[in-house]
Each structure stands twice: as structure tokens, then as C-alpha cells.
Ligand binder design. Structure first.
Ligand SMILES: [Fe+2]
Length: 310
């Protein structure tokens, strides 16, 4: 039994430890017994059934919580609702018996429905999206561009529905060097006050998306669009999809991007295959470090973005 389990007897079937590079990020590890129990309990539901019947997604979340004696859901919600943490990496011990991609879709579905409900992903046409990063790419945003850093940002900036959480799971990884996830908590951003106290902090900015995102409309909202229950700022920023309408907005956004990219408190997180990173989207910025070029480079990710229901 690990130290954390001894200190936290309320947990059953998993352990929780702070990540080395930032104690805010909690590493949740399901035991092999939990994995087996969850697999057995969810064996009757193929992925297609989860796609066709939304209520089964809650049933599979309940099956995972039951495998942990109903302690996992509370733990994950406590982490997500506490601004001091607001992020976890969930991984499992052992190997699933069933096809691993199907298992990963099931596990990520269970986790997302323990903390909320995923939004419809317009890019993929389902409640989740799977996409692959390869060595070459001709798409219209930085999502699949391997050899450059994807700058720190929040998700959901150009859609008119709340994106309280983002779940990113690594499904496959071949010939990859670099490409760590990047995370920066809003409260750790050294220039936060400079931008939050700025006259443009609460002024509407226009946001739009390129064609691949399948979002036809444009929306307006400020960068610092609301405060949490303790009066701390929630943020929605992404450099590529802001459409400044005057010089002042353009320079404010440009300075913000420069500041975020040079912040020393940004942490690199290596996500192992089969693990998922889940962040509270309004108090964490996320990005991706660049990869080293390799002809056989391949990386498949699964994502779910959604809102809290509690
Ligand atoms: Fe993102």
C-alpha cells in the first residue's frame, strides 16, 4: 500500500500523488484490480452502444466509480473544483484484455461523465474526437502541426457553449521525441496582474475559427470573461482565433501571447500512452511542445471537452 493510500483511507482502488514538476497536478493511478473490475462491468457495452445511447455513458461512469467503492468520482470532482489543483493525470496499472483503443474510449467516457458531460465535438461529429499527428500536414490550424510549439491557450474560445474541462488522452505514439504537453496555471502566470488590471481585460474580443473546426459563427467575449466563486479570474484565450478589430486590441493580444510563451512557470508534462490529462479549462492554459522530425512519427490523441454538471 502506498503512502497516500495510508494517509487517505477513503480512497479505494486507486492512488493519488502530486506530479513532480507541479504539485497542482494530481496523478491518479487505477490499480490493476480496478482495471479488471471496470473491464468486466463494461464488457456488455461496445463503443458503438456508447455513441448511440447517451445514458450508457453515465452507466459506464457509474461502473468505474463502483469499481472504486464510489470514491473515485468524489475525488476527481474535489480535484477539479479546487482552483489550487484543478487538473489530474489519470493512468492505469496492467493491460486491458479487450482492444486497447476501445478500452481507452470507454475509460475516457467514464472519467468525463464522473466530472460532467462532454460537448458535441463539431470537428469529429461525436461527443469525443480522435485525431492523429503525423510528420507532414496540410491542415488549417496548428492542431496537427508537429514541428512547432502549439502555444498556451484555453479551449472553447470560439464556441458559444461552456468548456469547463478538457480531457486529452494519448492513444498511440510512435517515433516521438519531444511533444510534451505544456501547462500553466493562471495563478502561476507572472504577468497575470498586468493583463487582468488592463483596461481591455473585460472588453469584448471577436473570435472565429478556420473551416476545419466546422463552426460557422463568430462570437464575442472578453479574455477575462468571469470570476470564480472566490473572485479569481477565469480566462479564455487562444492566439490563432482572436480577431482583434483595432490596434489597441491587437497589441494587447500580441503582448499577452509573448508573455505567456516566455513564462517560466509553464511545466512540461510527458503523458504516457494510455494516460489522460484532464484540466479545468478556465484556470489552466495548455499547449504542446514541438516534436523532433521523424518520417515514421505518429501520435493519436483522444479529446473530450465539456461542462460541469454540479
Ligand atoms: Fe487545446
Amino acid at each position: 500500500m502506498s503512502t497516500v493510500e495510508q494517509l487517505s483511507p477513503a480512497y479505494s482502488g486507486f492512488s493519488v500523488n502530486p506530479f513532480a514538476a507541479t504539485k497542482r497536478l494530481q496523478v491518479v493511478t487505477l490499480t490493476e484490480e480496478t482495471l479488471k473490475a471496470f473491464e468486466e462491468a463494461s464488457a456488455e457495452w461496445p463503443v458503438q452502444a456508447l455513441e448511440y445511447k447517451p445514458f450508457l455513458r453515465f452507466a459506464i461512469a457509474d461502473a468505474l466509480d463502483r469499481a472504486c467503492n464510489m470514491t473515485l468520482g468524489k475525488c476527481l470532482n474535489d480535484i477539479m473544483q479546487d482552483r489550487a489543483t484543478g487538473a489530474f493525470m489519470l493512468q492505469y496499472e496492467g493491460q486491458p484484455v479487450e482492444e486497447v483503443t476501445d478500452f481507452n474510449v470507454k475509460l475516457s467516457t467514464a472519467v468525463s461523465h464522473l466530472i460532467g458531460i462532454p460537448n458535441f465535438d463539431a470537428m469529429y461529429g461525436k461527443y469525443y474526437a480522435r485525431f492523429t499527428v503525423r510528420n507532414t500536414d496540410s491542415s488549417d490550424s496548428y492542431l496537427r502541426k508537429a514541428h512547432r510549439r502549439m502555444e498556451l491557450h484555453n479551449d472553447g474560445t470560439y464556441v458559444d457553449e461552456r468548456t469547463d474541462f478538457v480531457l486529452m488522452m494519448k492513444m498511440v505514439e510512435k517515433n516521438m521525441e519531444g511533444g510534451d504537453s505544456l501547462l500553466l496555471h493562471v495563478d502561476d502566470w507572472q504577468d497575470l496582474d498586468r493583463f487582468y488590471r488592463h483596461p481591455l481585460a473585460k472588453q469584448d474580443i471577436q473570435w472565429g475559427a478556420p473551416p476545419s473546426k466546422n463552426i460557422e459563427y463568430k462570437i464575442q467575449h472578453p479574455i477575462f470573461f468571469e470570476e470564480d466563486k472566490n473572485g479569481k479570474p477565469h480566462m479564455l484565450f487562444i492566439d490563432q482565433f482572436a480577431e482583434p478589430q483595432n490596434m489597441a486590441q491587437g497589441l494587447y493580444l500580441h503582448a499577452m501571447g509573448e508573455s505567456l510563451e516566455s513564462d517560466e512557470n509553464c511545466v512540461n508534462v510527458r503523458v504516457p500512452v494510455g494516460a489522460m490529462l484532464v484540466v479545468q479549462n478556465h484556470c489552466w492554459l495548455h499547449g504542446r511542445d514541438k516534436f523532433v522530425a521523424h518520417d515514421g512519427l505518429e501520435r493519436e490523441l483522444l479529446r473530450q471537452r465539456g461542462h460541469f454538471t454540479k
